[in-house]
Ligand binder design. Structure first.
Ligand code: KIV
Ligand code: ZN
Length: 513
């Protein structure tokens, strides 16, 4: 079986999803999970996009030791210098250069001729090669480009030293047979392409990203570019879990493997959703909440008799353990610490004590504490910035006849403050009251709520995205009571905004803590 190179771009193309931007600490946390998942390459960002992006890529490059860390650059010396500055400390750095090749992009965006683009691509690859052996070249909008020009530019890139060439379906326009045929064409008509890896990179505008990527692999491409949960620009990118599980489940038919530890798929999906606040649709293939749920009686009956009747994958394969009960009210500190280690957290004694207290509070309210509950506690406590505002208590009154009212007690710089206010609903009343009490003027640009596990006693996990004068902060809160979870998320977002406002010169890593 041939092994496919999994190139994950959740941290770069995925982050281009509307509202999905992540801070440096969140990116690092995700990078660690991607490494655990076993991706071969992770594209950590686009350093020329902003100083913050450069810092985040640098941070990831300095910590990740097993996977290759790629940085994106346009075909210009300035971009390549920034990309290299960000990844020079990586154990396995890769510079990823792109330039558009379709006539539409050449004429309207780049205003360059084909010979100019060809020259720019070759020069950029040659320049990147002076820093590292490992250079990828991408022909943006490749699927809408003249196939012969594609072959020409790939040949030029290979001659200049590219070790991977990538053919993106940038706008998600291709059909599977068409994309597969284009890959075949390029393999046949680019003289030196067999010396390098040919890669596929598809977008999901017509819901065909996975099908197109698989068609490309079947035609001979050996790298696939993907994101967790398929997040990305517009309708998203090809999703990692779909490609990996299709190759795994149908391995006898397809004959291709990956190095992915499939048991880390579900934790990775959860983490991306928790960090970005982008909830996974329940019917999403592989990682959706309903992906392994059997509602119809006839299906349930079949599954009970033999799982293979209606299940083509075992939930355990993607890390959804059948026995997800982890800890309870009587679990001690030692068991809690072991569980955290199992989930990949190595915390200081101080953080562990803080978290253990929160765990005990939660265990008093819920009988069963699942892995997901613990992940959320970590996100709340460990990603937390020093608190200017603290929520002391919240009471809401609501109902079919009552005017929704919130009474809130906060600690602002340690001093108690109390307030009350109305709203069109209890959450609006809570946010209005907190906003007034803290004299903050942030705009709520996203609010999402998610039940962490099943049952009416599940923790509600709320994510808010707040914006003020160009600064954006994400706040998270979890609690079995969704009003309290919302208030916690809002207060956490305000604290993070406050921290960013007061520390304009901090490095990306410090700004994120
Ligand atoms: O979709 C695309 O064309 C890209 C390139 C930058 C690789 O993301
Ligand atoms: Zn893309």
């Amino acid at each position: 079986m041939d092994q496919i190179i999994i190139f994950d771009t959740t941290l770069r193309d995925g982050e281009q999803s509307p509202g999905a931007s992540m801070n440096a600490a969140e990116k690092l946390r995700l990078a660690v999970q991607l490494e655990r998942l076993g991706v071969d390459v992770m594209e950590a960002g686009f350093p020329a996009a902003s100083p913050g992006d450069l810092e985040a890529v640098r941070l990831i490059a300095s910590r990740i030791r097993n996977a290759q860390v790629a940085a994106l650059a346009r075909a210009s010396k300035e971009d390549i210098d920034k990309a290299w500055a960000a990844i020079r400390d990586a154990a396995h750095p890769r510079i990823h250069i792109f330039i558009a090749t379709s006539d539409i992009h050449l004429e309207h965006k780049l205003r360059m001729t084909r010979p100019q683009v060809l020259k720019a691509a070759a020069e950029a690859v040659r320049y990147a090669k002076s820093f590292t052996e490992n250079v990828e070249f991408s022909a943006e909008d490749g699927s809408r480009s003249d196939p012969d020009f594609l072959c020409q530019i790939f040949q030029a890139a290979v001659e200049a030293g590219a070790t991977t060439v990538n053919l993106p379906d940038t706008v998600g326009y291709a059909m599977p047979e068409e994309y597969g045929a284009l890959i075949c064409y390029v393999l046949k008509h680019t003289p030196d392409i067999h010396k390098v890896i040919l890669s596929v990179h598809c977008h999901n505008d017509l819901g065909l990203a996975t099908a197109n990527s698989l068609a490309g692999l079947k035609a001979g491409a050996r790298q696939v570019e993907v994101t967790i949960n398929g997040i990305g620009e517009r309708a998203g990118n090809t999703s990692l879990e779909e490609v990996v599980m299709a190759l795994y489940t149908r391995r006898e038919l397809v004959g291709l493997t990956t190095r992915i530890n499939t048991r880390e798929i579900h934790p990775a999906s959860r983490l991306v959703s928790m960090i970005t606040g982008i909830v996974v649709q329940p019917n999403k293939a592989v990682v959706g909440a309903n992906a392994f749920a059997h509602e119809a009686g006839i299906h349930q009956d079949g599954v009970l008799k033999n799982r293979m009747t209606y299940e083509i994958m075992e939930p355990e394969t993607i890390g959804l353990s059948a026995n997800r009960l982890v800890l309870g009210k009587h679990s001690g500190r030692h068991a809690f610490k072991n569980k955290l280690a199992e989930l990949g957290y190595d915390l200081s004694d101080k953080d562990l004590n803080r978290l253990f207290e929160r765990f005990k509070e939660l265990a008093d309210k819920r009988k069963e504490i699942l892995d997901e509950d613990i992940e959320v506690l970590v996100a709340e406590e460990i990603l937390r910035v020093p608190d200017k505002f603290e929520l002391d208590y919240l009471t809401v009154v609501t109902g079919t006849v009552a005017v929704p009212t919130a009474t809130v007690k906060l600690r602002i710089d340690g001093v108690e403050a109390q307030g009350a206010g109305f709203g069109v609903g209890p959450i609006d009343a809570t946010f209005n009251t907190i906003g007034k009490m803290t004299h903050t003027r942030s705009k709520l640009v996203r609010f999402s709520i998610n039940a962490i596990s099943g049952g009416t006693d599940a923790q509600g996990e709320v994510t808010v995205r707040l914006q003020e004068n160009g600064l954006v902060a994400l706040g998270k809160g979890a609690d079995p009571d969704i009003f309290i979870a919302s208030a916690k998320a809002y207060v956490n977002g305000l604290n993070r905004l406050e921290y960013l406002k007061n520390n304009p010169s901090l490095s990306a890593e410090q700004r994120a803590l």
